[in-house]
Ligand binder design. Sequence first.
Ligand code: AMP
Length: 409
Amino acid sequence: MKFQELHISDKLKEGIESFNYSELTEIQEKAIPEILKSKDLLACSQTGSGKTAAFLIPIIERILSIKTSGIKALIITPTREICKQIEEQIVGLGYYTDTSYVAVYGGNDHDGFSRQKTALTEGADIVVATPGRLISHLALGYVNISNLDFLILDEADEMLDMGFYEDILNIIGKLPKKRQTLMFSATMPHSIRKLAKEILTEPYILDLNFSKPAEEIDQQVYMVYEKDKPAMLANVLKEHKDDKVLVFTSTKVSVGKISAYLRNAGIKNSSINSSFTQTERNDTILDFKSRKIRILVATNLLSRGIDIDDVNLIVNYEIPDKAEDYVHRIGRTARAGKLGLAVSFIGEKEILNFNRIEKLLEKDIEKLSNPEGISQGPTYRQITTGKKNYHKKRFSNKPRKGNNNKTAK
Ligand code: AMP
């Protein structure tokens, strides 16, 4: 379906044209008409599916017909990075419509807070916010959200994982009961269904079965001992000299180690993790977006929602503990239908994690032979966890062998 066929105002169509999108993505085609009809929505959607425009286009359209002043739409999102990306899309889509907006997130300077305060006090049409910072402003009393028409929870599962359940309920408690609510989530665990039940009214449910990675991603998997991973990574990066590459690790410490190793091996790269300042994070993401840097080493911080175009290669240097994170990480490539490659290294202690990933994907992924110069890694196998025994052991009342006076580490 073409955007021209949508029943929306010409001003908004002009904004969409500036993005050069030709056809609606699946989620846009399904969600936009329902949102325009005022339905609540629960959408299970993968990042990269075009979900941001799927809610912004109908929301901006609906706002155009509301004559009252004040905040009309509130978008809550887990991280500042996603917040800023949504803001960028509001700027482009709403360019010809005079829709006002403010992005409300922490980590910036005092001026940032004051600017947010002014826009909130004046009542920007759309507020896109992270929960923590929004609550800080709400507590100060100048934000009037009592006439709000639209609430959008983006990446809802991630917000719950980050422990924002109470904050979200607290914010929702201040909103009018009569409103349209849209919830987007990459996965649909019990906690999300429970929240949906509490805050949505007869929602239109869109399950695009997106706990699976896009078909366009070629997934290559190697068995690699931990000690061989640095050399293996250098090998892969040398083979993909022109690609834009995101290397994922599980901890801040390994981000630093890997980045330094690559630099010593003459491979230029940059790194990012949650302990960087907001400015450092912004600058690094901008440099990566503009290809000033080609290789970025990151933690899971970058695995969700961040919209960086034309990443051709994802390297899972470490296999994530949570199978869903694998899907999010490799979803950074093959965005909006492009082809992409994801290369993963399974170390000797990560076999169980990969078992879980294959279970989630409902398929086995072939383990390839390591290139010359890298020893063949551990043997892949199915590991049984023996959870029952673990429970018994941990809570057993029997005295432990050895010196009981030792302080636990
Ligand atoms: P999102 O899922 O919202 O993070 O969007 C992922 C990427 O898809 C963004 O770069 C959007 O600009 C892009 N996008 C959104 N809608 C379309 C579309 N209809 N056609 C092509 N690209 C799109």
